[in-house]
Design a binder for this molecule. Sequence first.
Ligand SMILES: NC(=O)c1ccc[n+]([C@@H]2O[C@H](COP(=O)([O-])OP(=O)(O)OC[C@H]3O[C@@H](n4cnc5c(N)ncnc54)[C@H](OP(=O)(O)O)[C@@H]3O)[C@@H](O)[C@H]2O)c1
Length: 170
Amino acid sequence: MNAIVVVDQNWAIGREGRLLFNLPGDMRRFKELTEGGVIIMGRRTLNSFVEGHPLPDRRNIVVTRNKDLCPPEVEVVPDTGAALEAVAQEDPEKVWVIGGGSVYAALLSRCRRAYLTRVETVAEVEPDTYFPNLDHLPGWEIEETGEPITENEVTYRFVRYINRNLDSAS
Ligand SMILES: NC(=O)c1ccc[n+]([C@@H]2O[C@H](COP(=O)([O-])OP(=O)(O)OC[C@H]3O[C@@H](n4cnc5c(N)ncnc54)[C@H](OP(=O)(O)O)[C@@H]3O)[C@@H](O)[C@H]2O)c1
């Protein structure tokens, strides 16, 4: 299982239920990586999609205490433990934790890799949601750093981290 996220220089990821940046190249990469696989998200992240619809061509698993808030096309689980049970038979390389802050915090330690889109500035608005700072989390290290890309006057890189804490896990 892997996490995928866009962070700014301060590891911020969102504000008032929305993303901080509009990066078409990042969106394309997200689609390429996750299509055909499984995505695990919190209910607020589902709500942030266009009209709250799940993403096509992926198994959409939504964590919520209130399944009435979700459309029938998604698979609802009552907590993050149940999300892990739901993906137990899947190929781990095709399972993606896609946010938001609460679900990343709960499942990051179970992720093998984190695929970051690292924006090289801070967001213009005051964020309210963050990703854990992997540079301060023991066991996490950078595996690959991409070249800088500039879009909509925002420069970012794709940076992949690996979780060495799972090296001895089965
Ligand atoms: N930068 C990025 O890559 C990225 C990616 C994804 C999201 N985001 C941003 O992150 C923000 C949303 O993050 P968030 O932390 O506020 O919300 P979230 O994690 O998307 O969703 C939170 C909701 O998920 C459910 N939930 C989470 N943990 C649970 C648990 N252990 N048991 C039961 N239910 C649980 C609850 O739903 P109920 O209230 O229905 O019970 C909770 O209110 C938005 O701004 C979004 O745009 C950014």
